[in-house]
Design a protein. Structure first.
Length: 649
C-alpha cells in the first residue's frame, strides 16, 4: 500500500487505561487538561442522565441520554457497569481554516446494563479540552426499529441561543433568542407546527463564554433536529423519520456534540466535530486530505449569472475564457445543461461528447469543469441519482469526459435513506476521482474528514437569496460563529454589481470572500463585472485554503466580524459591520506578527460601490489600524509582498 509522509500525521498514540467500575450511581470523565468534565449518572428512576462543566462552571445541566429501539427506551431502568478508558492524541490534515487539526481527548466506553436483564449496550464518551461527544453503540443482528432518542440538552438560565428553524434544506436566517423563550410552535402561512431547530445551535453564556450543540459522524442514521421543550430544554427529534427507521445489524448513533469555547476565536478554531469522524480510506484517498486529484479553487457559477440560460452550449466556451481571465481554477456548469432546449444536443450532438469537448477546451486554458446534477428525478430534465445504476452511469460518463467534479442538488431531507445516499455518492464519486459539492443539503457533520472529496456543501441561507431578497445583517454576523463552525459552506460571497448589493456595500461583499471562505468558492456575479473593476487583482489572488485563522478582538456574534487568515507568509484581515448604524472598529493586529510587511488597505469609498485602495506602505510596528464602516460596510487589509495597484479609487 502506498504511503506518504503526510499520512504519518494520521498516526495516533493511545494510552490504554485499565477498566474501572463506573458504579451504579455515576461516573465522571475529564478532558486531558482537566478543564472539561462529563458527568454520567442514573436518576432515582434509573434513567441515564449526563451533565457538563467547564473551568469549574456548569455548562449543561443534567439531561437525559439514551436511544429507543423496538419501542424500548434503553436509557431507562439501567445501571452503569465498568468503563474502559484511553487517551487519544493525534493530528490530521485539514482543509479550510487551517492545514492541521488536532484530536486530543480522553475516550471512555461505559457499559450500560438494563435492570430487567436485557442485553448490555455501550455509551461511548470523548472529552476534549473544548467540549464533549457521546454516542450509543447497541450490539445485535438482523433488522430492528430505531424509534428515536430521549437525548436532551438542558441549558442554564439567562443563556441566549443563536438558531435557525429551516430543517428542510437548512436555509433559514440565524437569529437570537433567550434559551427559555424559544417558541414551542412556529407559524408558517396558515399552519402552526412544532418548532424544529436545524443544528448547529450556538449558546452564549452570561459570562461571555460560548457553546455549540450539533452532531458529528452522521452515517446510517436519521439526521438530528432539536425541538424546544421550554425552560431552556431541547429534545432530540428526527423530523424526516418521525416514526423511526429500520436498522440492520449493530446500531451506532452519530456523536451528540457540545463544543465549549471561552471566546469566539476558540469557537471558530475548534476541531472537535472533525476529530470525531473516521480517517479517510487510504485505498480511495492515498494521501488523505492531500490526495492529488482533490484540489480547492474558485469558479463562476453559470446559474447565478444567467439562471438556466447560463447552461446554453453557445455560452460555455465564453465562460471558460472569462474564468481563466479572472484566475479561476474551475467553471461550474449549473442546472439546465442536460436539457435539449439549451443546445447541447443541437445538430445531432451528443451531450457527453459536448461535455468532453468543453473539458478539453477548458483544460487547455487551465480550467476544470464541474457539472451540476439533480438527486431526484425530473428536476431540470435530470434523470436523478436515486439508483445505484444512475450514479454509476453519471460518474463513469464524467470521468470519461474529463469532468473534475459534480454539484449534486435537491436532497432536501436528512432521512436515514437520504443520509445513506450521501455516503454512497461520495464513495462512488471517489472511485471515479470526482469531487462533490452538495446542495439542497443538510448540515455538515465532519464528512469532509472521512470523505475529503466533499469539497463543499450548501445547508445554509446563502447569497443566492440576494437575487430576489435581502439577508438580515445579523445573519451575516452570526454565520461565522454558528453554521461555519460545523463545516464548509457554499455561501456565494462577493457580489459586485450594484443591483445585488441590497443592504451591503461592495466592500462588505468582497470582505465576505475572506470571512465566508470555502475550499470551493463560487463567484456569484457576472465574471465580466470582476474584470472591469478595481477588484480584479483581489479576485485573482485571494486564497481559498488557509494555513491559519484568527478571530480578532472586536468581533461580536450578530454584530461584527473581524477575521484574519494566513496563507504562507501573507495575511488577509477582513471586517464586517453587521449593525444597522455606522461604526469604527479598532483592529489589534499585533498577534499576527506583520510589522514591516507590505500593506494594502481597502476602505469604504463615498458611495456603497466605491473603494479606496492604499498600497505601498509598511504595516505599523504597533499593529493597530482603525476601520470606519457604514451599516452593512466592510474593510480589508492585506499584508504580504508588494503588488502593483491602481491606487486610490
Amino acid at each position: 500500500m502506498k504511503r506518504h509522509a503526510s499520512i504519518l500525521l494520521l498516526s495516533a498514540s493511545f494510552l490504554a487505561l485499565a477498566p474501572r467500575d463506573a458504579h451504579a450511581a455515576g461516573a465522571e470523565f475529564t478532558s486531558p487538561n482537566g478543564t472539561v468534565r462529563f458527568q454520567l449518572e442514573t436518576d432515582g428512576e434509573g434513567r441515564l442522565v449526563y451533565s457538563v462543566t467547564a473551568h469549574g462552571q456548569p455548562r449543561l445541566a443534567p439531561a437525559r441520554a439514551g436511544i429507543v429501539v423496538n419501542d424500548s427506551d434503553l436509557g431507562a431502568g439501567v445501571d452503569l457497569g465498568p468503563a474502559t478508558t484511553r487517551r487519544i492524541a493525534e493530528t490530521f490534515p485539514w482543509r479550510g481554516n487551517k492545514t492541521l487539526a488536532t484530536n486530543h481527548c480522553h475516550a471512555a466506553e461505559v457499559a450500560v446494563r438494563p435492570r430487567n436483564g436485557g442485553p448490555e449496550w455501550t455509551l461511548e464518551v470523548r472529552v476534549f479540552d473544548d467540549g464533549v461527544g457521546f454516542r450509543y453503540r447497541v450490539p445485535g443482528t438482523g433488522p430492528r426499529r430505531v424509534n428515536g432518542e430521549p437525548t436532551a440538552w438542558h441549558l442554564l438560565p439567562d443563556t441566549t441561543v443563536w438558531l435557525q428553524t429551516n430543517t428542510g434544506d437548512y436555509e433559514g436566517n440565524y437569529h437570537s433568542v433567550r434559551a427559555d423563550r424559544v417558541p414551542l410552535e412556529t407559524k408558517a402561512g396558515d399552519r402552526i407546527h412544532p418548532t424544529h431547530i436545524g443544528p448547529p445551535m450556538t449558546v452564549v453564556y452570561p459570562d461571555g463564554a460560548f457553546g455549540l450543540i450539533t452532531e458529528a459522524a452522521l452515517y446510517r442514521y436519521s439526521g438530528l433536529t432539536l425541538r424546544p421543550q421550554g425552560e431552556a430544554r431541547f429534545h432530540a427529534a428526527f423530523e424526516d423519520d418521525p416514526k423511526g427507521w429500520t436498522h440492520d445489524g449493530a446500531i451506532l448513533s452519530p456523536w451528540r456534540v457540545f463544543v465549549f469555547a471561552r471566546d469566539l476565536h476558540a469557537l471558530v478554531n475548534s476541531d472537535l466535530i472533525a476529530a470525531l469522524g473516521d480517517p479517510p480510506d487510504p485505498e480511495l484517498f492515498p494521501d488523505g486530505m492531500n490526495t492529488a486529484w482533490i484540489r480547492g479553487g474558485k469558479a463562476p457559477c453559470t446559474w447565478m449569472v444567467f439562471g438556466n440560460d447560463g447552461a446554453q452550449w453557445d455560452k460555455q466556451k465564453w465562460f471558460v475564457d472569462v474564468s481563466a481571465a479572472i484566475g479561476c481554477e474551475f467553471l461550474l456548469v449549473d442546472a439546465g445543461w442536460r436539457s435539449e432546449r439549451w443546445g447541447w444536443l443541437k445538430d445531432g450532438g451528443n451531450v457527453w461528447a459536448r461535455a468532453a469537448e468543453l473539458c478539453q477546451y477548458a483544460a487547455n486554458r487551465g480550467v476544470g469543469i464541474i457539472l451540476w446534477h439533480a438527486y431526484p428525478e425530473g428536476r431540470d430534465d435530470s434523470p436523478g441519482l436515486t439508483t445505484i445504476e444512475a450514479r454509476e452511469e453519471l460518474f463513469r460518463r464524467c470521468r470519461e469526459a474529463g469532468v473534475q467534479g459534480v454539484k449534486l442538488d435537491f436532497f432536501n431531507s436528512e432521512s436515514k435513506t437520504t443520509i445513506e445516499a450521501y455516503e454512497d455518492l461520495l464513495r462512488r464519486a471517489a472511485k471515479y476521482q470526482l469531487t462533490v459539492n452538495f446542495h439542497g443539503a443538510n448540515k455538515p457533520t465532519g464528512e469532509a474528514r472521512t470523505w475529503p472529496n466533499e469539497i463543499n456543501r450548501e445547508g445554509i441561507r446563502e447569497q443566492e437569496y440576494l437575487l430576489w431578497d435581502t439577508l438580515p445583517l445579523e445573519h451575516y454576523g452570526a454565520l461565522p460563529f454558528t453554521r461555519f463552525v460545523a463545516g464548509h459552506a457554499d455561501f456565494l460571497p462577493g457580489f459586485i454589481q450594484e443591483r445585488h448589493l441590497k443592504n451591503t456595500t461592495r466592500l462588505f461583499q468582497m470582505a465576505s470572500v475572506v470571512v465566508f471562505s470555502s475550499p470551493f468558492l463560487c463567484w456569484p456575479d457576472n465574471p465580466e463585472a470582476y474584470l472591469n473593476s478595481p477588484w480584479l487583482d483581489f479576485v485573482r489572488t485571494v486564497p481559498v485554503l488557509w494555513d491559519e485563522t484568527r478571530v480578532l478582538p472586536g468581533s461580536a456574534i450578530g454584530e461584527s466580524v473581524i477575521i484574519a487568515r494566513r496563507k504562507g507568509d501573507e495575511w488577509y484581515v477582513a471586517a464586517l459591520n453587521c449593525r444597522q448604524e455606522p461604526r469604527t472598529l479598532e483592529l489589534d493586529l499585533a498577534p499576527l506578527d506583520i510589522a514591516g510587511k507590505h500593506m494594502t488597505i481597502y476602505r469604504e469609498g463615498e458611495t456603497r460601490t466605491g473603494v479606496r485602495i492604499a498600497a505601498g506602505e509598511r504595516a505599523p510596528a504597533h499593529g493597530r489600524l482603525s476601520a470606519t464602516m457604514p451599516a452593512g460596510g466592510g474593510f480589508i487589509a492585506h499584508f504580504g509582498p508588494a503588488r502593483d495597484y491602481p491606487g486610490w479609487r
